[in-house]
Design a protein around this ligand. Structure first.
Ligand SMILES: NC(=O)c1ccc[n+]([C@@H]2O[C@H](COP(=O)([O-])OP(=O)(O)OC[C@H]3O[C@@H](n4cnc5c(N)ncnc54)[C@H](O)[C@@H]3O)[C@@H](O)[C@H]2O)c1
Length: 392
């Protein structure tokens, strides 16, 4: 691949351009707003400068990358002779379908059309084109320059060649690809992370713990880099709300969205970016007291993460290695849910889910058939020599 275009120069688009240019591709960054293109170029210059300053890249490589990036307001022209397009416009299926339709008409037949969507269907976008075999999901994490993971999503019609070429390119960019074998909503990371965050929201909504207690357990007991509420504030409550709705639409009661998030969104409290979300960011970063770490049962979070991982394996979306790799690189968790489940004991996780299911009657806690099967076979984890993984 030599030439690419990125459609949308916002939070994600300009970072993706920077990565592609550093990997040696000529890239055109496209937007409908000239100011955003200028800001995108400024951010790229600033970021490359920082990487040079920290001796992560050489100055001449940064200048060469910069010279490979152009900007354009004209999508048709920008994609006329490309080998790859990465779409990074706002998360709206109608908008994305119309862009894919235009791309299909304007880009050469051989070009791969990728979407950076966080939650929407790749298969649906592919249907707006005459080349579903060359449409693929390429889900970068924010900020793309710093986050090591890229989920590569196979739509129903995506060909092996397209997946292989995308994997090669991601590796060339110095990132770790994880192939998501089925086009399920939330892919891997947002499925597992969503289940854990939802558990945190519902626990507070039901009055079982305060958000500081949950966040203290998440940070100091589970060792996650950020508390659940702290992270949600940083992602943005509006983004979380949209993703939760997509997940609830796809999975029903299992992914029932928590009213806590909707309430804040309606009040206009969208998190760090508006100065107020779950926490008040005007007074600085949330202080989460260590002394509260023992007040919330962190095993509940592990149990829902393990259950979601088991569901993904059961649905043949990914295997345990890929799920663990994706969760560690995509979220900074110290271990993946399958490793964690094997360590904790799958029987312990199952018991916890049954207890929660009996107490609340919520579908979110219904154990995955795969988890039941493993425990039934005595595959309870590391101690038994077999769980999600086999131990020699
Ligand atoms: N922000 C994140 O943390 C994150 C992480 C992973 C994936 N994503 C996904 O990446 C995509 C982009 O998200 P973002 O946060 O960068 O959004 P953003 O709003 O920051 O940027 C989107 C850009 O697209 C431009 N745009 C709108 N319509 C256009 C059109 N018709 N043609 C060309 N450009 C157009 C907008 O002007 C804007 O600059 C979404 O699908 C989102 O779900 C976001």
């Amino acid at each position: 691949m030599e030439k690419a275009a990125v459609i949308g120069a916002g939070v994600m688009g300009h970072g993706i351009c920077e990565l592609l240019a550093l990997a040696g591709l000529e890239v055109t960054m496209v937007d409908i707003d000239e100011d955003i293109l200028m800001k995108g170029m400024e951010s790229i210059r600033w970021s490359l400068g920082k990487f040079v300053e920290r001796r992560r890249i050489r100055e001449e490589d940064a200048s060469a990358a910069l010279s490979r990036i152009r900007t354009s307001l004209n999508l048709d022209e920008a994609v006329r002779d490309v080998d790859l397009v990465v779409e990074a416009v706002p998360e709206n299926l109608d908008l994305k379908r119309s862009i894919f339709n235009k791309l299909d008409e304007a880009a050469p037949q051989h070009a791969i059309l990728a979407s950076n969507t966080s939650s929407l269907s790749i298969t649906e976008m592919a249907r707006a084109t005459g080349r579903p075999e060359r449409v693929v999901g390429m889900h970068f994490f924010n900020p793309p320059m710093l986050m090591a993971l890229v989920e590569i999503i196979r739509g129903d019609g995506t060909s092996d060649d397209t997946v292989d070429a995308t994997v090669d390119l991601v590796e060339k960019m110095g990132k770790t690809p994880v192939v998501v074998r089925k086009d399920v909503r939330g892919f891997i990371v947002n499925r597992v992370l969503g289940a854990v965050l939802n558990e945190a929201f519902w626990a507070v909504h039901r009055g079982e713990a305060t958000m500081e207690e949950v966040d203290a357990a998440v940070k100091y007991k589970a060792g996650f880099p950020l508390g659940a509420f702290e992270l949600t504030d940083m992602i943005g409550l509006d983004v979380m709300y949209e993703v939760s709705n997509v997940m609830e639409e796809a999975y029903g009661e299992v992914a029932k969205a928590c009213p806590l998030v909707e309430k804040l969104v309606k009040e206009g409290n969208l998190g760090q970016k508006t100065g107020r979300g779950f926490y008040d960011w005007k007074v600085g970063r949330p202080r989460i007291p260590f002394r509260l770490a023992g007040k919330f049962d962190v095993q509940r979070l592990y149990a829902v993460a393990v259950n979601e991982a088991a569901r993904l394996i059961h649905e043949d979306v990914a295997g345990p290695e890929d799920i663990d790799k994706a969760m560690k690189l995509g979220t900074g968790w110290p271990s993946g849910p399958c490793e964690q489940g094997d360590k904790l004991g799958l029987d312990v996780a199952l018991e916890k889910l049954r207890e929660l299911h009996a107490r609340y009657g919520e579908e979110a806690y219904r154990p995955s058939p795969l988890l039941e099967e493993y425990v039934g076979k005595g595959w309870t984890g590391r101690g038994a020599g077999r769980g999600f993984y086999e131990y020699g």
